[in-house]
Design a protein around this ligand. Structure first.
Ligand code: HEM
Length: 514
């Protein structure tokens, strides 16, 4: 144990030392932008602050003066050049290589898996309406598991409640729901599939910390040693019979073998339409399909789980009369007017719920810095300031630099949001668009042309889930479980351990059953 502590302390000191030296090198030798990091003195005197506090301080000091700063080795852009980065063509700065640098997916998923962006934007988004019924079915089953099998706990005041740790429960639920639309209902009850899929996403995040710092030519040699390689092989073996069947009898685009739209047949058609696949061997097509399915689930599962977890934490930390009841009342009226059937159109007529989700995403985004773009032009890239930013200078980015948007600074900017630190669930309810539409002031789904293409589906899932949660359960108002701040890093993680308390609504109160 003591030796473990010594290792941990050495690793921490080495990391801090590296960050400090990098900050010094950046400012003194390269005369680059200042680096958001705690100073040695702050560490030694116990005054170091968390990543989010650092980012807010640097946003106030530099971004608001139209200057970039560095965080985690990336260039954080000031608002004066937001419009300029939006207009840069993909050949000059792009999201895909930036994400690949950070996650190192290629050795596991293949070199061309990231082209799912097009499929998500087109075929998938067009199918969201037809996915609502299977989604509701799966949400209904998943929410039944929110009540543990044992008896309720008697809390002070003689009230019986069931404990619910939100994050692990929503993770299992979203894993199942994503599986349903990804590969169909028969896989949702197959632990070999669901457990492997869940482990895949977490595995990628942990191993990327090591792989992204490794000399790239070594990565193909090291990657097979990771569990992810075995997980991909297992998932590949599980879907092989279905892919074979689809290759032998390709479905007409827009029709689905078991009557409900699933991504797998769309993906087989899509992969066959990509360069080099029409004549390829079965094993190559299979690699193309599984790589893209996993890329899809990687993009969808953790992001939706985190967003949903925060929404539930925000619901249960306010009196039901403040948000839960008005949201439910509006939803019931809209559903009744729509003959009791949810459609994407009906779901977009819920300004109270839209606003609530957006406010939760504003204060609890999936990352404190988002929208990475890597500069691909060997000459580098000069971003010119927009009009209206008095005295702003162009921002130069060298070849290979990665940019980020100062999400946390913007979302906490008192000039954009009144009482920016306060949770006001219906802050956006009167807006023309109350939904979480990406803009220069709201970036939880990213920014510009590479903003999340899966957001339409994600919001449908989150809304259907929250509405059924509210229809079926009462909750006890509790203090909001605090987000986890992992030291000085720029992460945004919801609480994953604290219990909240729920119980089934009494029979007569349940008006809508899925
Ligand atoms: C609430 C859930 C979600 C959140 C908060 C979220 C957030 C994000 C963010 C911040 C980005 C980066 C955008 C940028 O670089 O500007 C992104 C990219 C992406 N997301 Fe999502 N996402 C969610 C759900 C989904 C789902 C369900 C899918 C798939 C159906 C998906 C597919 C993608 C893809 C393919 C990209 C890459 C886009 C590109 O680089 O052009 N996401 N997402």
């Amino acid at each position: 144990m003591p030796s473990l502590l010594i290792y941990a302390a050495t690793a921490l000191v080495t990391y801090i030392g590296y960050v400090q030296l990098h900050a010094l090198f950046q400012t003194v030798v390269r005369k680059g932008p200042p680096v958001a990091a705690n100073s040695w003195w702050a560490y030694l005197s116990g005054k170091s602050v968390s990543g989010s506090v650092l980012l807010e301080e640097f946003y106030e000091k530099y971004s608001k003066n139209n200057e970039p700063f560095m965080a985690g080795g990336h260039y954080v852009l000031p608002p004066s050049v937001f419009a300029a980065i939006r207009k840069v063509p993909d050949s000059i700065a792009n999201s895909t290589p930036a994400n690949e640098d950070g996650l190192v997916l290629e050795p596991f998923l293949g070199h061309d898996n990231t082209d799912i962006i097009h499929l998500v934007r087109t075929t998938l988004t067009r199918s969201v309406d037809a996915m609502i019924a299977p989604l509701q079915d799966e949400i209904h089953t998943s929410l039944s598991a929110f009540l543990p099998p044992g008896p309720p706990t008697l809390l002070p005041g003689d009230e019986e409640w069931y404990p619910l740790t939100v994050h692990p429960s929503t993770l299992t639920a979203i894993g199942r729901i994503t599986t349903r639309i990804l590969v169909g209902s028969k896989y949702t009850t197959l632990p070999a599939w669901t457990d492997t899929l869940a482990g895949f996403a977490n595995g990628i995040i942990i191993q990327s910390i090591l792989l992204k710092n490794l000399w790239r030519p070594l990565v193909p040699w090291i990657a097979p040693l990771f569990n992810t390689t075995r997980r991909v092989a297992k998932l590949r073996a599980l879907i092989l019979p279905d892919v074979r069947e689809l290759l032998a009898n390709p479905p007409t685009p827009g029709t689905y073998p078991d009557g409900e739209p699933t991504v797998l047949p769309m993906m087989v058609n899509y992969v066959l339409s990509r360069p080099g696949y029409a004549e390829a061997k079965e094993s190559e097509v299979l690699t193309g399909v599984i790589g893209r399915l996993l890329d899809f689930s990687f993009a969808a599962v953790d992001t939706t789980t985190i967003t949903l977890t925060h929404c539930i934490h925000d619901l249960v930390s306010h009196p039901p009369s403040l948000y839960a009841s008005p949201i439910l009342e509006q939803a019931r009226a809209v559903l009744a007017a729509n003959d009791g059937v949810w459609t994407t159109q009906a779901l977009s007529a819920l300004p109270l719920l839209d606003s609530f989700i957006k406010e939760s995403q504003r204060l609890h985004p999936i990352g404190q810095l988002l929208s990475q773009r890597k500069v691909l032009d060997p000459k580098g890239l000069m971003l010119m300031p927009s009009e209206g930013f008095e005295g702003a200078k162009p921002v130069y980015l060298p070849y290979g630099a990665v940019t980020q948007m100062p999400l946390v600074g913007v979302h906490m900017d008192g000039g954009f949001y009144e009482d920016a630190r306060e949770f006001r669930g219906f802050r956006f309810a009167e807006d023309k668009v109350a939904r979480s539409q990406p803009s220069d002031r709201f970036m939880s789904f990213g920014h510009g042309k590479h903003a999340c293409p899966g957001r339409h589906l994600a919001l449908v899932v989150v809304k259907l889930f929250l509405l059924e949660f509210l229809e079926r359960f009462e909750f006890k108002e509790v203090e909001r479980p605090k987000d986890w701040q992992l030291g000085f890093m720029f992460n945004a993680v919801p609480d994953m351990k604290t219990n909240v308390w729920i119980r089934p609504r009494r029979e007569e109160e349940v008006e809508v059953e899925a």
